[in-house]
Design a protein around this ligand. Structure first.
Ligand code: SAH
Length: 217
């Protein structure tokens, strides 16, 4: 049996069963997630579960988010291609690859040097050229490259940090989990004409973003 064919079948099943059938409508999100080899983003011992709709450990006590949540957050960003996107929490780099596959130029920040270095190697080996990986405290954003059309937090924040939101373009969108340590709401905040419009998308539970404008450890 051709192993590449088996992975691609597993991906197709995930996209139809866990994404399309559960309400993900953005065709570009579905296409992106049907081509990215998620098994390469998880440790070898979890590869067999790479296409289950579940978060998986990636080392350093962190997890790769479940595919449905990745799809939901990406869809919420309303990408058309060509946007400048800031991602906070590179982790495995899987969400980063989804954003790049959607046609965005991505700046992704990771606090853990181990995870950041691993993601850099993997994303390079997969041929992504529109991704900039930075090892830093992402809760402060990235003033040197701001403003961004989109900002995505892939770990939880106690509040939507003002410094991050101030790095959005007019019409820009922030998506991320905001709330307490154990349980959060996935919020979308649209910045327009000096006003922030906030919408709650669903309840969720993410690992924390540890940093100056995030959680203190
Ligand atoms: N998007 C990732 C999942 C990220 S989990 C994926 O697709 O695999 C959240 C990540 O945020 C973890 O890797 C964690 O190390 C990182 N993190 C925590 N605090 C951070 C901070 N202040 N700045 C940047 N990254 C942070």
């Amino acid at each position: 049996m051709d192993i590449d064919w088996e992975w691609s079948q597993a991906r197709e099943t995930m996209v139809s069963r866990d994404l399309r059938d559960r309400g993900i409508r953005d065709a570009d999100v579905l296409t992106a997630m049907s081509v990215i080899p998620r098994q390469r983003f998880v440790p070898p011992e979890y590869q067999a579960d790479a296409y289950a709709d579940a978060p998986l450990p990636i080392g350093d006590e962190q997890t790769i988010s479940q595919p449905f949540m990745v799809a939901l957050m990406t869809e919420a960003l309303q990408l058309k291609g060509g946007e400048r996107v800031l991602e906070i929490g590179t982790g495995s780099g899987y969400q980063t690859a989804v954003l790049a596959e959607m046609g965005a130029e991505v700046w992704t920040i990771e606090r853990s040097s181990t995870l950041s270095a691993r993601a850099v190697r993997l994303l390079e080996s997969l041929g992504y050229e529109s991704i900039h990986c930075i090892e830093s405290d992402g809760t402060l954003g990235l003033p040197s490259a701001a403003p961004f059309d989109r900002i995505l937090a892939t770990g939880s924040l106690p509040d939507a940090p003002k410094r991050l939101l101030s790095q959005l373009t007019d019409g820009g969108i922030f998506v991320g989990p905001v709330g307490d340590w154990h349980c959060q709401e996935l919020v979308r905040i649209v910045y327009h004409a000096n006003q922030f419009e906030r919408e709650v998308l669903c309840a969720c539970r993410f690992v924390p973003l540890i940093g100056e404008d995030g959680w203190q450890y």
